[in-house]
Design a binder for this molecule. Structure first.
Ligand SMILES: *[C@@H]1O[C@H](CO)[C@@H](O)[C@H](O)[C@H]1NC(C)=O
Ligand SMILES: *[C@@H]1O[C@H](CO)[C@@H](O)[C@H](O)[C@H]1NC(C)=O
Ligand SMILES: *[C@@H]1O[C@H](CO)[C@@H](O)[C@H](O)[C@H]1NC(C)=O
Ligand SMILES: *[C@@H]1O[C@H](CO)[C@@H](O)[C@H](O)[C@H]1NC(C)=O
Ligand SMILES: *[C@@H]1O[C@H](CO)[C@@H](O)[C@H](O)[C@H]1NC(C)=O
Ligand SMILES: *[C@@H]1O[C@H](CO)[C@@H](O)[C@H](O)[C@H]1NC(C)=O
Length: 251
C-alpha cells in the first residue's frame, strides 16, 4: 500500500515535470459565432496534420503608421508622394520588447520553436500539429469547405490565449479568418491581394451580417496592413463570403 502510494507520488511528479506548464487562465481572443456563409464544416481536422501558425504581436505604434500613411497620401503634406522605407515602417510596427519576450516565453514553455518573420519582429511563426495547436489555443481546428469552389481551409471558430498575453497578441493566423480565400479569388481574377483591408472592409458593410456576431477582444486597433489582418476586424460581423468576394473582386 505504502509503496504504491510512493510510486503514485513519483509518477505524478514525473508527469508534472514532463508536461508543459499549465496556464491558470485563458481568455477568448477571437471568435465567429457561426460558420461563415458559403462554407460547410467537415468536422475536426486530422490531429496529426501540420499547421503553419503565425502570431501577430501588438504593434508599438500603429497609430503612428496610420498617420504616416495618411500623410504620404495627402496632397499638400510635406510627405506627400513619398514612401515609407521598411526601416521607417518597422519603427511603427515593432512590438514592445516585453511583448516579444512574454509571447516567446509562452511558446518556449510549450516546446515550440518560433521564429520572427519580419524585420520589425511583429510576427512569430511556428509549425506544429493540429492537436498541439488545439491545446495551446483552446481551439477546435476543423476543415471548412467553400461550397462554390470546393476549396478547403483549416480554421477554428474560436481560440483563446493566456490572459496575461492578451495585451501583447493582436491575432493568431490562421484561426478564424477567411480572407485568404478571397485573395485566391482575386488572384484568379488577376487582381492584387488586398492590402489596406480596413478601408476595404469598412467600405463594404453589405458583406457582413450581425454587427455584434464576432469579436477579437484585446485588439487595440483594426490592424495594419497585412492582407491576413482580417481577424482584427471580425467585430464587423459574420462575413458573408460571397458578398465579400464580389466586393473584393470589384475593389
Ligand atoms: C469541434 O468541431 C467539430 C466540427 O468540426 C464538432 O463536431 C465538435 O463537436 C467540436 N468539438 C468541440 C469540443 O467543440
Ligand atoms: C504627419 O504630418 C504632420 C504635418 O506635416 C506632421 O506634423 C506629423 O509629424 C506627420 N506624422 C507622421 C507620423 O509622419
Ligand atoms: C535599416 O536598419 C538596419 C538595422 O537597424 C540598418 O543596418 C540599415 O542600415 C537601415 N537601412 C536604412 C536604409 O536606413
Ligand atoms: C528552430 O527553427 C529554426 C528556423 O525555423 C531552425 O533553423 C532551427 O534549427 C530550429 N531549432 C530547433 C531546436 O528545432
Ligand atoms: C512542418 O513540419 C513537418 C515535420 O517536420 C514537415 O513535414 C512540414 O513540411 C512542415 N510544414 C511547414 C509548413 O513548414
Ligand atoms: C467554440 O467553438 C466550438 C465549436 O468548435 C463551440 O462548441 C464552442 O461553443 C465555441 N465557444 C465559444 C466561446 O464561442
Amino acid at each position: 500500500m505504502i509503496s504504491s502510494l510512493v510510486l503514485f507520488a513519483v509518477f505524478c511528479s514525473l508527469a508534472r515535470a514532463s508536461s508543459p506548464p499549465r496556464r491558470t487562465s485563458m481568455s477568448l481572443h477571437g471568435y465567429v459565432s457561426s460558420i461563415p456563409s458559403g462554407f460547410v464544416d467537415n468536422g475536426p481536422a486530422d490531429p496529426n496534420s501540420f499547421l503553419d501558425l503565425r502570431i501577430a504581436l501588438v504593434q508599438g505604434d500603429s497609430g503612428g503608421l496610420i498617420e504616416a500613411l495618411h500623410n504620404i497620401s495627402t496632397p499638400g503634406n510635406p510627405s506627400f508622394g513619398q514612401h515609407l522605407s521598411s526601416n521607417e515602417t518597422a519603427k511603427f510596427t515593432a512590438p514592445s520588447p516585453q511583448a516579444v519576450a512574454a509571447v516567446s516565453s509562452w511558446l518556449q514553455g510549450a516546446a515550440l520553436n518560433a521564429s520572427t518573420i519580419t524585420p520589425a519582429r511583429d510576427w512569430l511563426q511556428f509549425n506544429t500539429t493540429v492537436s498541439i495547436a488545439n491545446e495551446l489555443l483552446g481551439a477546435n481546428f476543423s476543415v471548412f469547405t467553400h461550397r462554390a469552389t470546393g476549396e478547403q481551409v483549416v480554421r477554428t471558430l474560436n481560440y483563446s490565449v493566456p490572459t496575461d498575453l492578451v495585451g501583447h497578441i493582436d491575432f493568431v493566423h490562421p484561426t478564424i479568418s477567411v480572407i485568404a480565400l478571397i485573395n485566391v479569388e482575386r488572384d484568379k481574377a488577376n487582381k492584387r491581394p488586398l492590402g489596406f483591408l480596413n478601408e476595404f472592409l469598412y467600405s463594404n458593410p453589405q458583406a457582413f451580417e450581425d454587427i455584434t456576431a464576432g469579436a477579437n477582444p484585446g485588439c487595440g486597433t483594426g490592424g495594419f496592413p497585412a492582407g491576413e489582418n482580417w481577424d482584427a476586424v471580425t467585430g464587423l460581423g459574420t462575413p458573408k463570403f460571397d458578398a465579400l468576394k464580389t466586393a473584393a473582386l470589384a475593389w
